[in-house]
Design a protein around this ligand. Sequence first.
Ligand SMILES: NC(=O)c1ccc[n+]([C@@H]2O[C@H](COP(=O)([O-])OP(=O)(O)OC[C@H]3O[C@@H](n4cnc5c(N)ncnc54)[C@H](OP(=O)(O)O)[C@@H]3O)[C@@H](O)[C@H]2O)c1
Length: 247
Amino acid sequence: MKQVLIAGITGAIGHALAEQLLEQDPELTIVGLCRDPSSADFRQEYAGRVMLIPWDAAATESAVGVAGQLRELLPETTGLDMVIYAAGILHGPGMTPEKRLEDLDAQAFAHSFAVNATGFAMLVQAISPWLRHRRFKRILAVSAKVGSISDNGFGGWYAYRSSKAALNMLVRNLSIELPRKYRPLACVAVHPGTTMSPLSKPFARSLAQLKVHEPGETAENILDVAEALTENDNGTFLSWDGSAIPW
Ligand SMILES: NC(=O)c1ccc[n+]([C@@H]2O[C@H](COP(=O)([O-])OP(=O)(O)OC[C@H]3O[C@@H](n4cnc5c(N)ncnc54)[C@H](OP(=O)(O)O)[C@@H]3O)[C@@H](O)[C@H]2O)c1
């Protein structure tokens, strides 16, 4: 594995993934996508191996811009060995996870879908020329267990849950179409486990009874899952410990 693209490299999980990959393999280079590259902070020794490209999952045409810039940094023929979609949103300005029907807001829904689901599909479309090589490719969408329809016994968090369910469907669709052109590959959805991050921080009190991982632990778990992937895993929804999650 030599060239890895991480979307959401400024996030707690995305950044920890990048640092571990860079530490594990001195020959590996990373293409990192984020809204503001100046906010991505890497140790001096790694800085030369991280290429940052500005990208906003909620902006139409942003993925096309990524492909344009990527072409200048990495020839299509060199290819990407792994793509990790670690961008996501649960709360933000004008967005709070909904507890009841009255809380639903169309703009918050649209934004959640744009960042948590559509952004992934448009990115895979844009970078598909880098998937043409014949080495095994890993495409991981960082999803969430709360996006499982069959596991939902609790309700609430309408926009987040449904946008993650949409992300899962995109993974499943891509797992059917991509192998026709780009095999060998595995395209999977991965639940990272509850992780201390700006995304989970407002819920720290309700997380008290759950096992909460540090971002470094989560990155290690996700990379173990990634390492173990084979073509047989294509189209699955996996938890951080490698177990299968029902859709
Ligand atoms: N933490 C958990 O407990 C947990 C549990 C289950 C699933 N997850 C999933 O894990 C993934 C990573 O979350 P995290 O915990 O690392 O959260 P985080 O630290 O808040 O990171 C979120 C990432 O998403 C990016 N992002 C947000 N809006 C964006 C936009 N419009 N365009 C491009 N990027 C955007 C952020 O980039 P900026 O720097 O530009 O804001 C940041 O890189 C998410 O998909 C989340 O749903 C997390």
